[in-house]
Design a protein around this ligand. Structure first.
Ligand SMILES: [Zn+2]
Length: 404
């Protein structure tokens, strides 16, 4: 059983607990507390929870079913049971279980909302997107600040590429979030602004696109795709100076992702006739951060096509010590070695440097779901999280002072 399943079970439990809270009110008003206590006192209830914690779903279902029966079909337990069927992939059964709860008379508002929330998760799991959206929307009508419903609804909008609906939903989450959580929400809003900008750009509305990209940068000054897209939009409209300004702003705001603007800047500088500007920028980045292997790679490529293969090769060897697993470096080295007709001492140095290397073809990995990708992605195609990719690296083959 994977980590996702465990998380979903926790969600199932939390939804059950939330329903329990609603139930507490119920008991106070109508004296129905006996049912709940009977459920809690049933050995089947505790056994069921123990199986849940141990990730053993089938025996958990069996015990909780008995507990539900002993407690006069307690709503809380049926909610959890439905969620467990969903976990097992029995979506139809889960929907049945949850729908039956909706038929009960005298459902309190929060109970109703919790049942609908679980039903929405069933529909989502079953791929019934419209019905899931309806259910979550209804939850929000009953319980406007419900963060689970908002978060699930937003993900559905994102999956459908309904960016403005996703944006509006995320704004509601921001409004309800504690102060410490707000920066995270701001960062996600910035990605959604960027997505809205790309949408505007695709329909040819460059002015609206630029406004969106600017807004994204305003929300999060480190939002990399907004700088790239803003520059691309300006470049397409013939504003090379504006494009360069946007890409250079990325280099300053997020130096670790500056490399994404390298080839754009190299081309734009060259078109403007300023051939010294690109190598100067690379040298400045290397000076500011001695571990900058990508700036070394970019500078080496630049130099090797301009009759300076010796300096290029030195830069590549330095970069290789920093990151021996980068395939791009090895390719660049072979190209440069071929320009030098594979001079034997150079080849020997290369072999020495690579002896301890392991090669990685897909070094970017989603920290949330472990999805792997050859390129850096902003939005995980598997779990739909924003900005969740990190570059996986094994420690350099030699220690850092090999560079000194
Ligand atoms: Zn993911």
């Amino acid at each position: 059983m994977g980590p996702l399943t465990t998380i979903s079970i926790l969600v199932a439990l939390l939804a059950g607990l939330a329903a329990g809270k609603a139930w507490e009110r119920y008991k106070l008003r109508d004296g129905r507390w006996i049912d709940r206590r009977r459920a809690r006192e049933s050995p089947h209830y505790m056994l069921g929870l123990n199986f849940l914690v141990a990730d053993q779903i089938d025996p958990a279902i069996e015990e909780l079913s008995k507990a539900a029966e002993a407690a006069g079909d307690a709503l809380e337990i049926h909610l959890i049971l439905g969620n467990l069927y969903r976990e097992k992939g029995q979506v139809g059964r889960a929907i049945q279980e949850h729908q039956a709860l909706l038929q009960r008379p005298h459902l309190r508002k929060l109970e109703h909302a919790n049942v609908l929330l679980c039903l929405g998760l069933d529909y989502k799991q079953g791929g019934f997107v419209d019905r899931a959206m309806e259910a979550f929307t209804e939850v929000l009508r009953l319980d406007p600040g419900n963060a689970y419903a908002l978060a699930n609804l937003e993900k559905l909008y994102e999956e459908q590429h309904q960016w403005s609906d996703a944006y509006a939903t995320r704004q509601k989450l921001v409004a309800a979030a504690p102060e410490t959580e707000k920066p995270r929400h701001q960062r996600i809003l910035a990605f959604l602004e960027d997505a809205l900008g790309e949408e505007a750009r695709k329909r040819g509305d460059h002015a609206a696109a630029a406004v969106r990209f600017d807004a994204a940068i305003e929300l999060d000054p480190a939002n990399t795709p907004a700088y790239l897209n803003l520059g691309d939009t300006r470049y397409e409209r013939g504003d090379a100076a504006g494009a360069i300004a946007a890409w250079e702003a990325l280099v300053s705001a997020a130096p670790d992702r500056a490399y994404l603007a390298f080839s754009r800047l190299e081309t734009a500088y060259a078109t403007g006739g300023d051939s010294g500007r690109f190598p100067a920028m690379c040298r400045r980045l290397i000076h500011e951060n001695p571990q900058e292997w990508r700036a070394r790679l970019a500078l080496a490529r630049h130099l090797s096509t301009r009759q300076a293969p010796e300096e290029a090769l030195e830069l590549l060897f330095e970069a290789l010590v920093i990151n021996p697993h980068a395939l791009a470096l090895h390719q660049a080295i072979w190209e440069t070695l071929s320009i030098r007709d594979f001079a034997q001492p150079l080849v020997v140095r290369y072999i020495d440097l690579t002896r301890a290397s392991v090669f990685y073809l897909d070094p970017h990995v989603c920290v949330r779901c472990r999805y792997r990708s050859t390129e850096l992605l902003w939005h995980c195609p598997h779990c739909h999280e924003w900005d969740s990719f990190v570059e996986e690296r094994i420690a350099p083959a030699k220690n850092d002072d090999a560079l000194a």
